[in-house]
Ligand binder design. Structure first.
Ligand code: GUN
Ligand code: ZN
Length: 434
């Protein structure tokens, strides 16, 4: 049994649909964990008497505990090309991304990068992520092994790409199927890991390969699927010429049976209402990646139109086109993108999207996303006063929502005091032993 005393916040519903009953906040709270799972969460005053005398209380008074953040879209193999000065999407892929991903044929390089990447997630309070590996099977082994070492719930998969890319990054429809199948058998449900079938995007997959992706999903009904859609106008035009029969870019994936529960598409910018309706009806999730979209000049995600359907929304850093591993900094960009689109993103909605909202969109909410009894105890300890400016601004924060707004506009990895995976401390900012 473990006990943590702090202010505690989690979401129990969507602020957009249940504004009055969406969260629990205990200013002086206690979080109890038994064998990695939440056993209680409530007021310190009422829970402390239930504790056996020998249970040591870890005192984080003055800090805020929240469920661990969920990064729904990023590329571990692009860690070393973050902040590379390029042009827009297609040029950036050719100039930086493809040459960099080539290096992941080397298992030692993949392992070294994966280890750094997992540490960087933890340093930023991210406890679950949907991660693109590369086309190489050894890159998938590396990221899953590094996540397993921390017992993280991480979703990843081998990139499938059999055309319109350099030869050194191309597989074939058949080899992508065979390799993915072997990796599914090796990693899906190993510890907390889950596998995502990962066609890179429609331009780099032949129709045969997209059919193979569908075959895998049909064979293993609880697999994930991750890809990109409608990120950049040049990419959308390209897809139109490659799949002239399609009604839209999203329709290409729909045609191959790749929408549905546990499918997640990054970007989703250049869509129409019919596309958004298909996303909603099919249960498909979208990843809003504002840092990346601003960096590559891709366009403005229409949050309001997505919420109207409603579509299942998550947030992704999209490293390395995104320029930070911090989901707090990503919310900062997201807030401003929404402002430009005429939608005012509330801080409650924003932190819901990083936690329970993402867990629901990924159909993981029975396992994690808040501190309900029995859930996996992944959490982050936040220091809301990590810089002189934040201390000054927080001193006159009016309420919890105001504090959270300051956190998402001024926050970054300096606010992450510690990160816990199933009750185990995996990162501490003060470098004290966990
Ligand atoms: N579309 C296809 N591949 C990629 C990628 O690696 N990054 C981004 N941002 N978009 C993509
Ligand atoms: Zn991406």
């Amino acid at each position: 049994m473990q006990a943590f005393r702090a202010s505690i916040l989690d979401f129990i519903d969507d602020p957009a649909s249940a504004p009055e009953h969406c969260l629990r906040y205990f200013e002086d709270g206690l979080l109890l964990i038994d064998q990695g799972l939440v056993s209680a969460c409530g007021d310190y005053a009422s829970l402390k008497s239930t504790l056996a005398e020998d249970v040591e209380i870890v005192d984080y008074s003055g800090r805020l505990i929240m469920p661990g953040f969920i990064d729904a879209h990023l590329h571990y193999a692009q860690t070393d090309i973050i902040a590379s000065h390029g042009s827009q999407l297609l040029d950036w892929l050719e100039r930086y991304t493809f040459p960099e991903e080539r290096r992941f044929s080397d298992a030692a390089h993949a392992q070294q990068t994966a280890g750094f990447f997992i540490q960087e997630l933890l340093r930023n309070g991210t406890t679950t992520a949907l991660v693109f590996a590369t086309v190489h099977t050894q890159s998938v082994d590396a990221i899953f092994a590094a996540a397993a070492e921390q017992n993280m719930r991480l979703i990843s998969g081998k990139v499938m790409m059999d055309r319109h890319a350099p030869d050194f990054l191309c597989d074939t429809a058949q080899s992508s199927y065979d390799d993915s199948l072997a990796l599914i058998q090796k990693w899906h449900h190993h510890q907390r890991l889950l596998y995502a079938v990962t066609p890179r995007f429609a331009p780099t997959s032949s129709p045969e390969q997209l059919s193979m992706a569908q075959l895998l999903l049909n064979q293993f009904p609880d697999l994930y699927l991750q890809s990109h859609v409608a990120e950049h106008p040049g990419e959308v035009e390209w897809v139109k010429s490659l799949f002239p029969w399609s009604r839209s870019y999203l329709d290409v994936y729909d045609h191959f049976g790749l929408l549905g529960d546990r499918s997640l598409y990054a970007h989703c910018i250049h869509l129409d209402d019919a596309d958004r309706q298909r996303l909603a009806v099919s249960g498909t999730a979208v990843a809003f990646c504002p840092s990346s979209n601003l960096f590559l000049g891709s366009g403005l995600f229409d949050m309001q139109a997505m919420l109207q359907q409603p579509v299942n929304i998550t947030i992704g850093t999209d490293v390395g086109a995104g320029t930070s591993f911090s989901l707090l900094k990503t919310l900062n960009d997201g807030y401003k993108v929404c402002q430009l689109g005429g939608y005012n993103l509330s801080p409650l909605q924003a932190f819901y999207l990083l936690t329970l909202g993402a867990a629901r969109a990924l159909y993981l909410d029975r396992k994690l996303g808040n501190f309900e009894l029995g859930k996996e105890a992944d959490f982050v300890v936040l220091d809301l006063h990590s810089t002189p400016l934040m201390r000054r601004r927080m001193a006159h924060a009016q309420d919890l929502a105001d504090q959270l707004f300051v956190l998402m506009l001024l926050g970054d990895e300096r606010n992450i005091a510690a990160t816990y995976i199933m009750g185990n401390c995996c990162y501490r900012a003060d470098a004290a032993p966990c």
